[in-house]
Design a protein around this ligand. Structure first.
Ligand code: SAM
Length: 232
């Protein structure tokens, strides 16, 4: 038996590409998302009571991970990318049904013109990800005090020595009026160490796209230096 669901909307996020998206929600709190609802869900009543909750569950489609062939085992980056575990013991996007689940902070619900928009924080989703459902996070049932997380028991190690070149600071300054949180977003994303762990060449320049900007940086030991923040 098969079931078909139409997304209830899409989410706009700062991440136009998969590279550099954090592995779970809440790791980059400066990553904001805006959910727009499809026409028949774009109504005040459907949202009634939602603003009483601080956090929401988003159920979504990994729309850029649709493969006809899925594999029963995957290699989670947390295990160094060498060890295989069952896909159901992972949060990999490549699964029999490519459905994702993220808890995010609810910032506000606003109406822009005729469109309702749900503003959330801490997303780990690609820009324009289709959202299948929204549910309130219920602390008494969803927060489990003594839960254990095996290989993902703790949040990933971060790098916190991040500097910006004069040129990058000038570019950020120029954009500060329209994008006041861009620097914080870049710092939080880079602190998650998006470049592969085995890359250690201090001359190598990495690049990522965030919020319509191309960010370039180098890594020397545990220090990251942002070279350029270019508007695309
Ligand atoms: N929190 C969700 C979960 O557990 O189901 C997602 C976890 S998954 C490990 C997070 C990664 O999925 C991100 O780092 C990004 O590379 C990828 N991703 C996010 N949105 C996606 C999309 N719409 N299609 C494909 N991959 C996506």
């Amino acid at each position: 038996m098969s079931y078909q669901f139409d997304p209830i909307g899409t989410i706009a996020t700062p991440y136009p590409e998969k590279f550099a998206i954090p592995r779970q929600p809440g790791l980059v709190t400066a990553a904001r998302g805006v959910i727009s609802l499809r026409a028949d869900c774009n109504r005040e009543e459907i949202l009634r009571g939602l603003d009483g909750f601080s956090h929401l569950w988003l159920v979504f489609v990994f729309h850029e991970a649709m493969r006809e062939q899925w594999k029963p085992t995957v290699r989670p980056p947390r295990l160094g990318g060498n060890q295989r575990i069952g896909v159901f013991a992972s949060r990999s996007p490549f699964r029999p049904n490519p459905i994702g689940l993220s808890v995010v902070e609810l910032e506000s619900i606003e109406k822009k013109g005729s469109r309702w928009q749900i503003h959330v924080k801490g997303v780990d989703l690609l820009d324009q990800t289709p959202i299948l459902d929204i549910k309130p996070y219920i602390p008494y049932a969803d927060a489990i005090q003594d839960a254990s997380g095996d290989y993902a028991d703790e949040s990933p190690a971060t790098l916190n020595q991040i500097s910006f070149s004069e040129a990058a600071l000038a570019q950020l300054h120029q954009q500060a009026g329209r994008y006041p949180q861009l620097k914080e977003l870049i710092e939080q994303v880079l602190s998650q160490q998006p470049q592969p762990a085995y890359h250690r060449d201090p001359e190598r320049i990495y690049g990522m796209q965030l919020m319509g900007f191309n960010i370039r940086w180098r890594r020397t030991g545990d220090m990251l230096s942002v070279i350029e923040v270019e508007r695309l």
